[in-house]
Design a protein. Structure first.
Lengths: 523, 315
């Protein structure tokens, strides 16, 4: 009896299985009833990335949070692909500052609508920045905007920022990724994403995917006066594994990827239906030495280690040459004329040995370098270790997970030698203020150089671009001569896209900053 | 039988309570402060202190446990720390997805494993046996991220038979999800197949040696009847346990496979929530996995009893 029942069940089960499996699959029916606005309009961009951690702009913490925010939000000032403010893509149509760069006033675009239909006015802009600088809200931007004394709104389309200190870089601060223009009437920023951006969040399935649809009321138009964005929507699947992201792109299941890991580039470039886009960025892996204690407190040791470093070899070995070699200063070639364009320092093993001997390390020097486990940092450390062996420095590599390196004990600020990754910023000043002046919050190399402090303070307030160029060049000379860091290379920003995706302009800021408004599918 | 069932279910409840205490305590010792995690590493102290108060994190631990456990029983599993959305619908949706993948994998590897195991037993120590045992054990040892990527490279990108990525939409039915399930199910099956084949082989070999099988043979029954009526019924007993235990593994342990294919199942949800230290989500997922393991264990025991009268529990 039992046997028969089991057999019957098995047959029924298999039959049901075969029927369901072989039946026609109900593919999603495209109900494209609405007439396309132009051949460029239409299509859904599919992408994949790590899941976001916080969707409230004030508490954006990861690249994913930033990237999503740029789709549903707009910025008071948009910074373009060459690190210049672009009023044509900003919520502010125009702006002006007084001579001291202390009072900044912005004329807002009229008729900009939030996704719920409310018109955006100066009150929303004021609210956005008041929230971001309010210590009780406690956003990560409190420090960045502590220089703001007051924000006033003379009328619905004018906002005036009054600063305590001159800040020629204020426009860049307004493009900070947290500064998504928010609705002043929003009562829950964690779950209500009412922005003015080109795309609206249609559905968000945590840890799985997010679906954006085109904002039909978006204010921006293309050169022919047709409404942007071109795309009907964006669908982002959350994949926490970079090889899974790459396979999805190769398999044609997604059209677009940001922040491609360098190790996959040769494989992707071999595919005919995928294009790899790149732009030089100011993202770097800073090999920093503590200059207040230990061997590197002696400037001769720092110079010797720099002389013993072969930057091109590290660039080629660690990231397949996908970048530009550094000059051991945080100001890279992506900053145009701020960058002091000198030839790559030549490696000189004998000179390095002589300097070490002079410093009392003629018999050799043992150092430990703390290395994050995230690619390409271990590769950089390994190649550098071999190069150091040639000058008689024995490097021991201590591998730690990234979250420990940047963890509660702030290992990155304490270890004698370490490799820290610094993301690209739209202007050079933040690097100096955050990490290299004596009282900098993240002075990881514990460097204190009165001359640098003075020059950095001058540069921070200089409105005249030529004078600023001069100051930054002088600062770079100090770094090359006696600075506490080795920057082997600046890595390129890398994107992957299917070959039929057009209208992308690679940017040197962040991988997330690729403007998707003018992107379209070629049919 | 009824009293046995009641007793077993009682044990499961005790297991769940103990597990909930362990899970709750362990998650308390994870590094990092929940409020700090929600607001990010650069938030101010004031903001973190306010949120701690709001979340009730300043209350004594046992009060926090009771309110969490009480809410859990009543179906209020709390909100995710990262997405701020209610946890229960998310977990149940992923559990459903995992069940689809598990069902598909079981349908592939159980029948196949049994057939291969029987063949290996019948051709014991001959070429087919050596081939089956060798190859299936090699697959057991092959990590899923290797077999998964190999399958993607050949079947998805090379031959384009199946999609390379299995991130199905949240409301997919089994029929819609089917093409996306094939590769992950094969990947999982490669691991599971070896165990089933091995179990079946050794069980079958043992039974083939028994007197009653020889008697059935000698009385002139056709070989296939001997096999099905006398051999399999007895030799499959250990296999049943392996299959039932495998359900727990399939529903919560497919962490690597789900990550490789981006399949939105429970395993991937667990990875995500651990990466983000989303404590309430980790707790809810862990409880579900414990429950599934307990229940599949119970089912294994009941099935074993049904198939083997000798250990059937008396009234």
């Amino acid at each position: 009896m039992l046997k028969k029942t089991l057999a019957l069940m098995l047959v029924l089960f298999l039959a049901a299985f075969v029927i369901t499996a072989c039946g026609p699959t109900d593919s999603v029916v495209d109900d494209e009833e609405s007439e396309a606005l132009s051949p460029k309009h239409g299509g859904v961009l599919r992408s994949a990335y790590y899941a976001p951690t916080n969707m409230d702009p004030a508490f954006f913490g990861t690249v994913a949070d930033d990237w999503l925010g740029k789709q549903w939000g707009d910025f008071l000032v948009y910074v373009d692909e060459q690190n210049m403010p672009d009023p044509g893509r900003s919520i502010a149509e125009s702006w002006e500052a007084d001579e001291e760069a202390k009072v900044w006033s912005f004329n807002l675009r009229q008729g900009v609508l939030f996704h719920d239909g409310k018109e955006m006015t100066s009150a929303d802009v004021k609210f956005t920045f008041d929230r971001l600088r309010d210590p009780d809200v406690g956003a990560a931007t409190v420090g960045l905007y502590s220089n703001i004394l007051d924000i006033t709104t003379p009328d619905d389309y004018t906002v005036v920022f009054e600063l305590a200190d001159s800040n020629p870089d204020f426009l860049f601060d307004l493009f900070d990724y947290h500064a998504v223009i928010s609705d002043a009437d929003n009562d829950n920023f964690a779950t209500n994403w009412n922005g003015t951006g080109p795309f609206m969040i249609a559905s968000y399935s945590p840890e799985d995917r997010i679906v954006f649809e085109r904002n039909p009321n978006y204010w921006m138009t293309d050169a022919e006066g047709l409404p942007l964005p071109y795309l009907d929507g964006i669908e982002i699947i959350f994949l926490s594994d970079s090889s899974a992201q790459i396979e999805a792109l190769r398999g044609g299941q997604i059209d677009y990827l940001i922040y491609l890991p360098t190790e996959f580039i040769p494989m992707l470039e071999a595919e005919s239906d995928i294009v790899v886009l790149q732009a030089p960025s100011n993202t770097s892996y800073v090999l920093r030495m503590r200059s207040d204690e230990g061997p590197a407190s002696d400037v001769r040791v720092r110079q010797a280690l720099k002389l013993g470093t072969d930057r091109s070899a590290i660039l080629d070995g660690a990231v397949d040459g996908l970048g530009t070699t550094g000059r051991d200063t945080p100001i890279g070639p992506a900053y145009g004329d701020f960058y002091l364009d000198v030839p790559e320092p030549a490696r000189d093993v004998e000179a390095a040995k002589a300097l070490l001997a002079e410093a009392g390390y003629g018999d050799g020097l043992d150092i430990i370098i703390t290395t994050q486990e995230s690619s390409p940092v271990p590769a950089i450390a390994t190649i550098w270790k071999e190069q150091m062996a040639d000058i008689g420095v024995n490097v021991e590599i201590q591998l730690v997970p990234s979250d420990l390196y940047y963890g509660a004990d702030n290992m990155w600020l304490e270890v004698p030698f370490g490799i820290t990754d610094w993301g690209a910023r739209p202007s050079p000043q933040p690097y100096l203020d955050l990490a290299y002046v004596s009282d900098a919050q993240w002075n990881e190399s514990h460097w204190s150089d009165p001359e640098l402090d003075e020059l950095a303070a001058l540069a921070a307030k200089e409105m005249d671009r030529n004078e600023r160029i001069r100051l930054y060049h002088e600062i770079q000379e100090i770094f090359m001569e006696r600075g506490p860091i080795i920057i082997p290379f600046f890595i390129n920003n890398l994107w992957g896209a299917s070959a039929d995706l057009q209208g992308m302009e690679p940017t040197s800021i962040l991988g997330t900053a690729m403007d998707l408004r003018p992107v379209y599918f070629e049919r | 039988m009824t009293s046995y069932l009641i007793r077993r279910i009682g044990f499961i409840l005790i297991t769940l309570v103990l597990a909930s205490i362990i899970i709750f305590s362990v998650t308390q010792f994870l590094p990092g402060d929940v409020a700090g995690i929600i607001l990010g590493q650069f938030a101010t102290e004031t903001a973190i202190a306010n949120l701690r108060e709001e979340l009730g994190l300043n209350q004594p631990l046992h009060i926090q446990y009771l309110s969490w456990a009480g809410g859990f029983i009543q179906g209020d599993w709390g909100n995710s720390l990262t997405s701020r959305m209610p946890i229960r619908p998310i977990v149940m949706e992923r559990l459903g997805n995992s069940a689809m993948l598990a069902g598909m994998a079981l349908l592939i590897y159980v029948p196949l494993g049994i057939i291969l195991g029987v063949i290996a037993a019948l051709k014991r120590d001959k070429l087919p046996d050596q081939l089956i045992s060798g190859v299936s054990m090699a697959f057991v040892g092959l990590p899923e991220f290797v077999s998964g990527l190999l399958l993607i490279t050949f079947l998805a990108i090379g031959l384009e038979w199946f999609p390379a990525n299995s991130s199905i939409s949240p409301d997919s039915t089994f029929r819609e999800a089917f093409p996306y399930l094939v590769l992950p199910a094969i990947t999982v099956s490669l691991t599971g197949l070896g165990y089933i084949a091995r179990m079946t082989r050794s069980g079958t070999i043992d039974v083939l040696r028994t007197d009653y099988v020889r008697a059935a043979d000698l009385k002139g029954l056709p070989a296939w009847q001997v096999l099905i009526k006398h051999v399999l019924r007895n030799s499959l007993l250990p296999t049943v346990t392996v299959v039932a235990m495998g359900i727990g593994w399939l529903l919560g342990g497919l962490i690597v496979t789900e990550a490789v294919y981006g399949y939105p199942g429970l395993g991937r949800l667990i990875v995500f929530s651990i990466q983000r230290q989303d404590l309430p989500m980790i707790q809810a997922c862990s409880m579900i996995v414990v429950a599934v393991y307990s229940i599949s264990n119970l089912i294994a025991d009941i099935l074993y009893g049904l198939l083997n009268p000798r250990i059937r529990v008396g009234e």
